[in-house]
Design a protein around this ligand. Structure first.
Ligand SMILES: [Zn+2]
Length: 317
């Protein structure tokens, strides 16, 4: 798909400079002249609702922060990220991680009023491509450190290494690397219609493409076929890769495919899906415009929205 890399969080060509991750002198020099993105409990610092909130190393907001993770060079400027989840805001902390979307914004007393910690889903479509790649990387790596503090081989506390791109176990010597979890997401078509489903617990009326984690021992095409059959009872013919998207909620790689259905009879798995339905191109235009009486589209910025939009515009090639 020619437009593949224009998806939100699509690659911006960030220079990740992996060759300096193991060089403490070069890293220290980069940090001294660079900028740090604070992330609080998964929420990045956002400035004016549309830009990442970069601070200088040593800034007051980083006081309770963990070790910086080196993200790379952005046009020669070193960029780092730092987890400051130990900071306690005066208000608003209770809303975190309780629902599908957290609209609260936490303000830090050491920062200006136009800076706040915000849910990335709410601002992702307003960020430029470079900021989107930087924040997706920061969020995924920092979340991995938060949840992988102990060696998976022997259970001892592990320590960050390689500028945050590795954790080493001091007891058994095992090395651990940040995870990325592959997920297939399918635009399933049958003639002029596409298959849309909704999971239990989603916002009312919201429908999207079917999706599921790739299992060990499985290729992309096999995962597409299995997921669609498990969730909707539909057999799939040709499968075609279209585009991928890093999805840092917390660490997925969405692999977008087009899958041609061999039939249109839906048999739901009620655990996975609350409802699934074939939607014609004409109806989908109304859904995407927010003008459909029952269905709401996938969130803008998500690859499902991107695939559907380009399907309607005949731009999947
Ligand atoms: Zn160990």
């Amino acid at each position: 798909m020619r437009l593949a890399e224009t998806v939100t969080f699509g690659g911006s060509g960030l220079d990740r400079a992996a060759q300096i991750r193991g060089d403490s002198h070069l890293l220290a020099a980069a940090l001294a002249q660079g900028w740090v993105l604070p992330v609080w409990r998964g929420k990045p610092l956002i400035q004016a609702g549309a830009h990442l909130g970069w601070v200088r190393p040593g800034g007051a907001v980083l006081g309770l922060g963990g070790p910086p993770v080196f993200l790379g060079f952005d046009d020669g400027v070193a960029r780092f990220a730092c987890d400051i989840s130990d900071w306690s805001p005066e208000a608003g902390a209770e809303a975190i991680e309780t629902g599908f979307f957290d609209p609260s914004i936490q303000r830090h007393p050491a920062l200006g009023a136009d800076h706040g910690f915000e849910e990335l889903r709410g601002v992702m479509t307003r960020l430029c491509a470079r900021d989107a790649e930087l924040v997706a990387t920061a969020k995924a790596v920092l979340q991995w450190h938060r949840t992988h503090g102990f060696c998976a081989a022997c259970g001892s506390a592990s320590a960050p290494a390689m500028a945050g791109w590795q954790r080493d176990c001091p007891v058994c010597g095992a090395r651990h690397f940040p995870r990325t979890d592959p997920v297939v997401i399918m635009l399933v078509t049958h003639g002029n219609r596409a298959l849309m489903g909704r999971s239990p617990g989603w916002p009312e009326g919201m429908y999207s493409c079917l999706a599921g984690f790739v299992e060990p021992g499985e290729g992309i095409e096999a995962a597409v076929r299995r997921e669609v059959f498990e969730e909707a009872g539909i057999r799939i013919g040709p499968v075609r890769y279209l585009a991928s998207q890093p999805w840092p909620f917390p660490a997925s790689l969405m692999i977008g495919c087009e899958a041609q259905a061999l039939g249109d009879r839906i048999t739901l798995d009620p655990v996975e899906l609350e409802h699934a339905v074939w939607v014609s191109r004409e109806d989908m235009v109304a859904v995407m415009a927010g003008a459909h009486p029952q269905m709401k589209p996938a969130r803008k910025g998500a690859i499902a929205h991107f695939l559907i939009e380009n399907w309607l515009a005949d731009r999947l090639d």
